[in-house]
Structures are given as C-alpha cells and as structure tokens.
Design a protein around this ligand. Structure first.
Ligand code: DC
Length: 227
C-alpha cells in the first residue's frame, strides 16, 4: 500500500488516540500522540521539582529549565523522557491539567512542532493526533480529520470508563472539566484547536467506535486509491 500521512485533531476525550492507535495497526502506520510531548514536559517538572506544579505556571522558569533534547521517540512511537519510557505516568489527571499550561507557551510549542516535523520528514506513513496536527504539524497530510463529539457525550463516556476502572466520579464535574479544557484549547493565542477547511469533520456524538473507524478507513481507502 502507498504510504500516506494522516492528521487527526479534536478536543480532549473524543477518542482520537484510541481511533488512531487502531488505524495505525490496521494500515501499518506509525502512531504519534502529540499530546504526550506536552505531557512529558509537564511530567519532567512534576517529577524533578517535587510535584510543585505551580512552577510550571511560570513560563520563564519552564524555559530556563527545559531542553527539547530530553525527549526522544522509541521505535513504537512512544515518547521517552531522558531515555526512559514514561508512558504510564503521562495520563494522570494532574499531568493533563498542567500539560495544558505548557502547551500555551510559544517556545515550547515551537520546539515540539520542529521535532515532530523533522520526524515526519524522515518517516512517511504516520498518523498523528493532537490539536494542531492538521493546521501546523502535518499541514501537507494526505488525510486530515477533525474528530468531534459533544461535551456531554464525552463526559458520559469518561464516567463509564472511570466506573469500569473502579473510580468514582461525578458527571457534572467531568462535564465542567471538559468544557474548561475545550475553552483553553480553542481560545489560546498560539495554534489553537480549530477545524481547518481541508479537514473532514467526523461528529462521533452518535457513533460507535466501529462506525468511526469504518468512516476513517473508507477515507483512507479513497486517498490510497487516488495516490
Ligand atoms: O491530547 P492530550 O489530552 O494528551 O493533550 C495534552 C495537552 O496538550 C492538552 O492540554 C492539549 C495540548 N496539546 C496541544 O496543545 N497540541 C497538541 N498537538 C496536542 C496536545
């Protein structure tokens, strides 16, 4: 199959990573979750400075104490922080919140975008998900998707996941957090989340996982045919 690049953007909790991971295996693409880069920066400060995450709210402190060279990727596309696989640490709620701070900093964004673009230049056949992969990182991707679901359905899905994992959570609180993060992601000054004109909108509010992956698969099949 001809190798193509795919970019998927969308708000938090919409299922981008689960879909991208599935599609990457089905089509033999390399999956890069760009959010894990911002999370890795947040986790670096979390671990090194005694969980004093207030420090990360100070942009100058972050810039003075961070080097993009701390990050690399393993052959499976996992982010390594100073050569250690920290994937299992990056999904913590505190890290989600503080990652949204570092993702506002222009210089941090530029470092990460440059890293991802250099990687993409050397590795054709990738699928990236995030907030700016369609608009900035993989502007020339053969397929661009904006994956959406209403905040209410995302909160319900998260509530169900938490229940299955044995965590108790409150629907209204989850909904509020989702709305707050949407607002931050869509209204920040640098590279905010939006649907580019050339992205295909998939509204997954009333779709199952299988229906979404079928839609994505048929878009890929069309693109591969055209190539
Ligand atoms: O997708 P995620 O929840 O793992 O992302 C973590 C944070 O990083 C989130 O606040 C949005 C931000 N992010 C970004 O600004 N640009 C990206 N390409 C990916 C994530």
């Amino acid at each position: 199959m001809k190798k193509i690049n795919i970019a998927i953007d969308g708000p938090s909790g919409v299922g981008k990573s689960t879909i991208s991971n599935f599609i990457s295996k089905k089509y033999g693409l390399k999956f890069i979750n760009t959010g894990s880069f911002y999370r890795a920066v947040a986790y670096y400060f979390y671990e090194k400075y005694n969980k004093n995450l207030e420090l990360i709210a100070n942009e100058q402190f972050v810039l003075d104490n961070w080097k993009i060279e701390y990050i690399s990727l393993d052959e499976n596309g996992n982010v390594l922080l100073q050569n250690k696989n920290v994937s299992d640490k990056l999904r913590m709620d505190e890290i989600s919140w503080w990652a949204s701070y570092v993702s506002k900093y222009k210089i941090i964004r530029k470092q990460i975008v440059d890293f991802l673009q250099a990687y993409a230049a050397k590795n054709k056949g990738i699928i990236m998900d995030g907030r700016d992969t369609t608009s900035v990182v993989l502007k020339d991707a053969e397929l661009k998707i904006f994956l959406w679901a209403s905040p209410e359905i995302r909160a319900k899905r998260r509530l169900k996941q938490n229940k299955e994992l044995g965590y108790s959570s409150d629907y209204e609180q989850l909904l509020n957090e989702i709305k707050k993060r949407d607002f931050q992601d869509m209204n920040r000054e640098h590279d905010p989340l939006y649907k580019t004109e050339d992205s295909v909108l998939i509204d997954s509010t009333d779709l199952t996982f299988e229906q979404v992956t079928e839609k994505v698969s048929s878009l890929i099949d069309e693109r591969v045919k055209d190539e």
